[in-house]
Ligand binder design. Sequence first.
Ligand code: 6PG
Length: 245
Amino acid sequence: MNTPSIQIYPDTAALTLAAADHIITLANTAIGERGRFTLALSGGSTPKPVYERLATQRDRIDWTKAQLFWGDERTVPPNHADSNYHLAYETLLKHIEHECGNIQRLRGELDPTLAAAEYETKLRASFPGEALPRFDLMLQGMGDDGHTASLFPHTAALHERERLVVANYVEKLQTWRLTFTVPLINAARQVTFLIAGANKADPLYEVLHGKRQPEVYPSQLIQPVDGHLTLMVDAAAAAKLPQAK
Ligand code: 6PG
């Protein structure tokens, strides 16, 4: 990762409030400047309370001008407990779906290669004239193995440089995932990682200060070309960082 802005919060409650405010601010800026807000959501446990907080604060965003996508998805139907869409639906979308301009989910119930191709077509249609769609905000998590989106260590998707979305087989999970690719994530105006928990302290240190080895720590591949990179981190996850000492 290159020169990210690192914001450390005392606990996940503080991280959650700040992350929701960050999203609201970016949404209003994007809508003010360009008339719409394009947001790629992530899965995982860290964003759950953030989505819940956004639901309570929903009047602070004009959702009619928001376009929601997902940066990755599990290969399950949308009502499955593991579905990233399901997580966002239960926490946020069901409160805003009647106002929200455009909700585009990755169809995890399809053949993964078809689902990835279908989503790439949808993305191209949603960002006409942009060789690489430029999201206003790409939310990312980081796994304790250093993965982000569904870009897992030692997987083929790490090397994809042409496609926007791919099906990625993850040997250690014995499953397919659907994921945005590195060039698409790095084209965003803003990429924000939400990272919480003591199990992230070592991998976060390695991603930021360890040897560059993106096969091992795929989060190191995330370096926005012409955008901002922000890491919102709780104190437990930040424990090994020099800033925390
Ligand atoms: C997913 C993800 C994934 C996630 C990280 C961190 O579908 O699981 O999008 O990349 O963001 O695994 O997850 P936690 O927030 O649970 O640590």
